[in-house]
Design a protein around this ligand. Structure first.
Ligand SMILES: Cc1cc2nc3c(=O)[nH]c(=O)nc-3n(C[C@H](O)[C@H](O)[C@H](O)COP(=O)(O)O)c2cc1C
Length: 380
């Protein structure tokens, strides 16, 4: 290995004493490939095994905690006993080579797809019109009742118990990317006038419910992480000033890491008091060493990885790159970083070893990606 990359392979101790073997994290990645009932399909197992083998922490795709929260076709479920056998198999292959295996627990809220939920509706902190995953048309999500809010919290707790029973090393609470927990925190989505209109109440209630289950049924080394989005485009929406409050509150919770959701790890604050300042730098200041931060966003080369670590984030997650090349980490470790595949090649259905539905989404440009065909056109 080129010596300059050695810091990426140093182990790291989490607050609960768990040792993570290196600084790489497999980002949670929705692959639209589970069975229709949310159980784990046969194609998911080799897919996630390959992408877990070299990282320190491996996080599975957003998995719904109750059917009203399903936001993607082919989304995995962590909501019922029938999910257990598949989840056990998934946890086993994720952990096989020493990665800590985490499941991302999720509820779509407004973004749930009415065509997939049991009653054909989506529900959110307040009524809102949104466009969900892959939707051409918008849908209107109705307001959740207080009983439904309480039920959703119990669902996150039950999902945690299922994750423990399935043999996962931990869970990641999905508080990012415009889904239910994010919606409760956001002034754009949460315009409630009851007690749940307090923007921190729901995220903290989830943490409390989940960590209670861990204390009662898990072991002290069970990992609980929290993912959040630091800013949203909507106005009034989540601003960096609000995120400062969230992050400071989260550092007081019994969590083992925080995970920021960004498309570019070096990105700067869009607006407000902190406009132009690097988001990761601000977050690290606010976290003040109390918890490790996972940074993420547009790491496609070995050089990108080391620059990402230089931001001060002790852990770095890889999303699209591990989809393009699951050998990314191994290639750096073996001094073969010049062999890393950093572009999607639409002419090759075999190269990236992706489940077919995900390959098709990539081919249809559903996600922004460096692409071989576009590069070719640009140079013409
Ligand atoms: C195909 C795909 C699926 C994703 N699914 C999830 C998900 O299930 N949960 C989540 O929190 N983020 C999800 N994201 C966001 C990624 O975790 C990550 O934050 C984003 O891709 C930026 O990282 P990258 O530049 O390394 O790809 C997804 C992104 C992509 C491209």
């Amino acid at each position: 290995m080129n010596e300059k990359y050695t810091p990426l392979f140093k182990s790291l101790k989490l607050p609960n004493g768990v040792e993570v073997k290196n600084r790489f994290v497999l980002a949670p990645l929705t692959h639209v490939s589970s069975n229709e009932d949310g159980t784990i399909s046969d194609i998911e197992i080799p897919y996630i095994e390959k992408r877990s083998k070299d990282v320190g922490i491996s996080i599975s795709a957003a998995s719904y905690v109750e059917p009203l929260g399903q936001a993607f076709p082919g989304q995995p479920s962590v909501s019922k006993d029938a999910d257990l056998p598949g989840l056990k198999k998934q946890a086993e292959v994720m952990k096989k080579n020493g990665a800590k295996a985490l499941i991302q627990i999720h509820h779509g809220g407004a973004m749930s797809l009415p065509g997939l939920t049991p009653t054909g509706e989506a529900a959110a902190p307040s009524e809102v019109e949104v466009r969900g995953f892959g939707q051409q048309e918008t849908h209107v999500a109705r307001e959740l009742t207080v009983e439904e809010i309480e039920h959703s919290i119990e669902s996150f707790a039950k999902a945690t118990k299922i994750a423990i029973d399935a043999g996962f090393d931990g869970i990641e609470i999905h508080g990012a990317n415009h889904y239910l927990i994010h919606q409760f925190f956001s002034p754009y989505y949460n315009r409630r006038e009851d007690a749940w209109g307090d923007h921190l109440k729901y995220p903290l209630a989830i943490i409390e419910a989940v960590t209670k289950v861990v204390r009662e049924h898990g072991t002290p080394d069970f990992i609980v992480g929290y993912r959040f989005s630091p800013e949203e485009v909507e106005s009034p929406g989540i601003s960096m000033e609000l995120t400062e409050k969230l992050v400071k509150a989260l550092t007081e919770q019994p969590l083992d890491y925080l995970h920021v959701s960004l498309m570019d790890i070096h990105s700067t604050t869009r607006d407000g008091r902190y406009k132009g300042e690097q988001r990761v730098k601000l977050l690290l200041e606010w976290i003040d060493g109390k918890l490790p931060l996972i940074g993420i966003g547009s790491i496609f080369t070995a050089e990108d990885a080391i620059k990402a670590l230089d931001t001060g984030a002790p852990l770095i997650a890889l999303g699209r790159e591990l989809l393009l090349d699951h050998e990314f980490v191994a290639k750096i470790e073996q001094g073969r970083e010049d062999e890393i595949v950093s572009e999607f090649d639409p002419e090759r259905t075999d190269l990236h070893e992706l489940p077919k539905p995900l390959w098709e989404q990539f081919n249809a440009k559903f996600y922004p990606l460096p692409r071989k065909d576009e590069k070719a056109t640009e140079t013409k």
